[in-house]
Design a protein around this ligand. Structure first.
Ligand code: 5GP
Ligand code: ZN
Length: 114
């Protein structure tokens, strides 16, 4: 997707502070962190959101979840706790329309809700 900022980050056309990368996924620090540790984990493949994922994508999405746990371990927030979430669509506040999981940690996070 030529107009997608996360595809541009994957392609190296936009810079990012990388935390983890393999052939399928990329993790990098959020440009506007909402918590002391705020990492985004994305598939390199352009998928709009979880709602647009197909049966062929579930292994990839499982891989993202596994990477989140591994990154949390490496950032040493496993004991203190962390949150992994993905926003889907307008009511959830999805701004970037390329599937991404937020890994948030480093402070007591506010409860989820309205
Ligand atoms: P959403 O609201 O779509 O779930 O979250 C999008 C996230 O992407 C936001 O937390 C925002 O700060 C982050 N973001 C938007 N543009 C960029 C960018 O160019 N680089 C990085 N690293 N993060 C971005
Ligand atoms: Zn994209």
């Amino acid at each position: 997707m030529s107009d997608c900022i996360f595809c541009k980050i994957v392609a190296g056309d936009l810079p990012s502070k990388k935390v983890y990368e393999d052939d399928q996924i990329l993790a990098f620090h959020d440009i506007q962190p909402a918590s002391p540790i705020h990492v985004l984990i994305i598939p390199k493949k352009h998928i709009v959101s979880l709602a647009d994922a197909g049966d062929e994508d579930w292994a990839l999405i499982g891989h993202i979840q596994g990477a989140a746990a591994q990154i949390a371990r490496e950032l040493e927030v496993e004991q203190s706790g962390y949150r992994v979430i993905t926003n889907i669509g307008a009511n959830a506040g999805q701004i970037v329309h390329h599937l991404h999981y937020h890994l948030m940690a480093g402070a007591r996070l506010s409860p989820l809700g309205v």
